[in-house]
Design a protein around this ligand. Structure first.
Ligand SMILES: *Cc1c(COP(=O)(O)O)cnc(C)c1O
Length: 429
């Protein structure tokens, strides 16, 4: 374990893989980020502090030149670092920046490789907030985006000479479509761009490790399965060590990146930390970092159980006379089943959609399952995407995202599967 008070070794912790790459997911999830030694806490301690001490002026001056150690908690905090180390190890990355929300993480990831005049290509199977960033926020900075279909052919056709980033989600919401990550990576890399995957639905590497399939950047809404109890918000950006920045002018021409002072392998992660945390202040609070790190300790148990229940419910609903189309990547009837089998392991995720005749009546009759927009909660949650999560999208885009006026999206929790089935059965009438 790194001594977090030692600036040099702390930098090493950010820039090299922890010595946990041989461990299985479950071991990594509970063992990473905790100090070993006499009197050390068993579990990650909360450092509830905004600033950290120096013993000499020389130390303070050194820190203000490099910004690699601990000085002010907007940039780094030991509890947040422990979470970052855990996420890095679970995703088999090299460095992670944890931030206040998934939205902050996506924005930071995009800013890490784009500046005015640059271009992003994204699939349309996109979390609404990510579409908002691409359509409304990045254009304010002179960055444009093409949002296209979730196929290698469509991605390839949308690439431009100034494309710096290809963006996709591990499992699309709510269509349940899985991108061909390896093919997307090849297309991006051939043109000097990077591939960023929002791996929120991939469960911090439990269902999918996009870096192992060629992605360069992985983001998370840790609010969902990482936290796992619907009680805390957070996000993360993780980078691997194979990304090539030599064709991105931000990194070759200097300018801001030379101001930031970090070159070479650690440059991308550093730029993300500097922008997301230090400059934009989307810093994760230590208490929240603790809750998220604790959530990761049971993620494998939760997501394997939730995936099992989701598959059982989807299989049953497919045969139910009062249910229309059921969409779940684990069903062999799913158009996305082949890619899901290629890229997912340990389950097909906790989210399914199905169509009911009268969504309002169905939702009103539920007694166990709650209506709420979150995902990855320990409780089963449902929404009517047509009028809520996807309500502001044009109708054609809603349908392209796999949403009809009859669609119910369900994020399966940890209840007794029999109780869920009975609740759904009674609500269907
Ligand atoms: C929820 C979500 C986000 C945004 O995360 P927040 O923590 O809500 O900011 C991004 N991507 C996906 C896939 C999500 O489900």
């Amino acid at each position: 374990m790194t001594d977090l008070r030692d600036a040099e070794s702390a930098t090493a912790a950010q820039n090299t893989a922890p010595e946990t790459s041989e461990w299985g997911f479950e071991t990594t999830a509970v063992q990473t980020g905790i100090p070993r030694g006499l009197g050390e806490t068993v579990g990650i301690p909360i450092h509830q502090a905004a600033a950290f001490q120096f013993e000499t002026l020389e130390q303070a001056q050194g820190e203000f030149q490099t910004n690699q150690g601990l000085s002010y908690a907007r940039l780094q905090n030991p509890t947040v670092r422990a979470l970052e180390e855990r996420v890095t190890a679970l995703e088999r990355g090299t460095a992670t920046v944890a931030l206040a929300s998934g939205q902050a993480a996506s924005f930071t990831a995009m800013l890490g490789v784009c500046r005015a005049g640059d271009h992003v290509v994204s699939t349309g199977s996109l979390f609404g907030g990510s579409a908002g960033l691409l359509n409304n926020i990045l254009p304010l900075m002179g960055v444009t985006a093409t949002i296209t279909e979730n196929t290698p052919e469509a991605i390839e056709a949308a690439m431009q000479p100034n494309t710096r980033l290809v963006w996709a989600e591990t499992i699309g919401n709510p269509a349940g479509d899985v991108p061909d990550i390896g093919a997307f990576a090849a297309i991006a890399h051939e043109r000097g761009a990077l591939l960023g995957i929002d791996n929120t639905w991939g469960g911090v590497g439990y269902l999918c490790r996009p870096l192992e399939h060629g992605a360069d950047i992985v983001t998370h809404s840790l609010t969902k399965w990482a936290g796992g109890h619907g009680s805390v918000m957070g996000g993360s950006v993780t980078v691997g060590n194979r990304h090539d920045l030599t064709r991105n002018p931000i990194y070759t021409e200097g300018g801001e990146s030379s101001v930031l002072g970090v070159r070479g392998e650690g440059a991308l992660a550093w730029r993300q930390r500097w922008f997301g945390a230090h400059q934009l202040g989307m810093t994760l609070a230590p208490q929240n970092a603790f809750l998220l790190a604790q959530g990761l300790e049971t993620l494998a148990l939760r997501l394997s159980r939730e995936s099992e229940t989701a598959l059982a419910l989807a299989t049953w609903l497919e045969t139910h006379a009062r249910v229309g189309r059921v969409s779940y990547p684990g069903l062999s009837s799913s158009a996305h089943h082949t890619l899901a089998r290629k890229y997912l392991r340990g389950g097909f995720g906790a989210v399914l959609t199905f169509e009911v005749g009268d969504p309002a009546a169905f939702l009103a009759r539920l007694r166990v399952i709650r209506i709420a927009p979150n995902l990855g909660d320990s409780r089963t949650l449902v929404v009517h995407p047509w009028t809520t999560t996807h309500g502001r999208m044009p109708e054609a885009a809603r349908r392209a995202a796999g949403v009809s006026p009859h669609t119910i999206r369900m994020s399966v929790g940890l209840e007794d599967p029999g109780d869920l089935r009975a609740d759904i059965g009674e609500a269907l009438g």
